[in-house]
Unconditional design. Structure first.
Length: 368
């Protein structure tokens, strides 16, 4: 066992962690994305949205809809309408009201909301309501050997580390520039990441995070066009002032840019379309396998995080087989009592429950 200074600690952060700084939870995002993405005078879309939200309220008995659930169930509606086209007496494109066209309209709504996601997150992060002090109390207690596994798109942890003069990296190619700092693994991507066609990135304004080495391509063979992991590179925007400008450029002015480097919403996140995601998830698995202490903060392990459940399960199966179990497992959430059953079913170990908002945690005392 290592010394108290060098012991490996992994912190798993969910939306509840960033909520302490003023950022929205998944239940807040549904309304925010709809308002940002759908024009009030777009009658057809508004009518469908109104009916769909009423249906979700009927099912849940609650008007607060998790955005991941909204995307998941809307995706099922898309499938239902496409299936219903089989009952239609006309073809798919014969009129705006065919079942298939309704399905495509729903897909357009989800696409527009996906495009709004980074704008909404960034707007909230940059607003005067955003209070970095709870994040700083946490990052002030981090050591260079610590690992943060984050499912949040915001950059509050990175900004706070930077403001405190602490070195950090994303566990990708940026490790070359900052090998000894806190590792921040962002498994769903980040609002300050973007994808560029291979060889088009500007290293003066951007930091390269992922570029695939392909031995076949090096030998002169042409990589197939569908191999996004080869043809696209993942970069981080260096300066905050440049992030909003890149968001404004996504609508066709520079079509070679795909912004941002983030996963989609819903139960089936297409992470394979995010170059570098494989390294991030493998890195998180390795760190969790080696961690002596694991702290889960504001992450509910909802059904829409099925890949994460599988990751945790694979790690803990291996650790149980090796008989190398973590010395501490702590679950920090005001609703921890409701969450602990799911966590224990995946980890097969008892958690110490701390029923607290992340911003109320005394990190200095907790981490010693």
């Amino acid at each position: 066992m290592g010394s108290s200074f060098n012991r490996k600690r992994v912190f798993v952060l969910g939306a509840g962690f960033s909520k302490g700084a003023g950022l929205p939870l998944a239940t807040d995002l549904s309304k925010m994305l709809i308002e940002d993405a759908i024009y009030p005078d777009d009658q057809d879309k508004q009518v469908w949205l109104s009916g769909f939200l009423e249906q979700l309220k009927w099912i849940k008995g609650d008007s607060r809809i998790n955005v991941e659930e909204l995307f998941h169930l809307a995706g099922l509606q898309v499938e239902r309408w496409k299936m219903h086209q089989q009952c239609s007496p006309v073809g798919r494109t014969f009129g705006p009201c065919t079942p298939h066209n309704k399905a495509e309209m729903i897909e357009c709504i989800l696409e527009a909301m996906t495009e709004s996601l980074p704008r909404v997150i960034w707007r909230e992060q940059q607003s005067s309501k955003c209070d970095l002090s709870p994040i700083k109390r946490f990052t002030d207690c981090l050591k260079p050997s610590d690992v943060v596994v984050s499912f949040n798109y915001d950059t509050l942890v990175e900004r706070s580390l930077e403001n405190s003069g602490k070195s950090w990296n994303h566990g990708l190619k940026d490790v070359d520039e900052s090998p000894h700092g806190v590792t921040v693994l962002k498994l769903h991507g980040s609002v300050d990441w973007l994808l560029l066609k291979r060889g088009t990135g500007n290293s003066k304004r951007l930091t390269l995070l992922y570029s695939k080495k392909d031995s076949n391509a090096d030998s002169g063979n042409e990589a197939p066009a569908e191999e996004v992991e080869f043809h696209w590179e993942l970069w981080r925007i260096n300066e905050e002032r440049d992030v909003a400008a890149e968001m404004d450029r996504q609508d066709g002015l520079t079509r070679y840019i795909s912004f941002p480097g983030m996963s989609t919403l819903g139960i089936r996140k297409q992470l394979a379309l995010l170059p570098g995601s494989g390294l991030l998830w493998s890195g998180a698995e390795k760190e969790l396998l080696d961690a002596e202490e694991i702290y889960v903060v504001g992450f509910s392990l909802a059904p829409f995080d099925a890949m994460t459940r599988m990751l945790f399960a694979a790690v803990m199966q291996e650790r149980h087989t090796r008989n190398q179990l973590p010395t501490k497992l702590r679950l920090i959430d005001p609703n921890a009592d409701d969450l602990v059953k799911d966590y224990r079913s995946v980890f097969h170990l008892p958690f110490t429950v701390i029923r607290s908002l992340s911003q109320d945690v005394d990190w200095t005392s907790l981490l010693g």
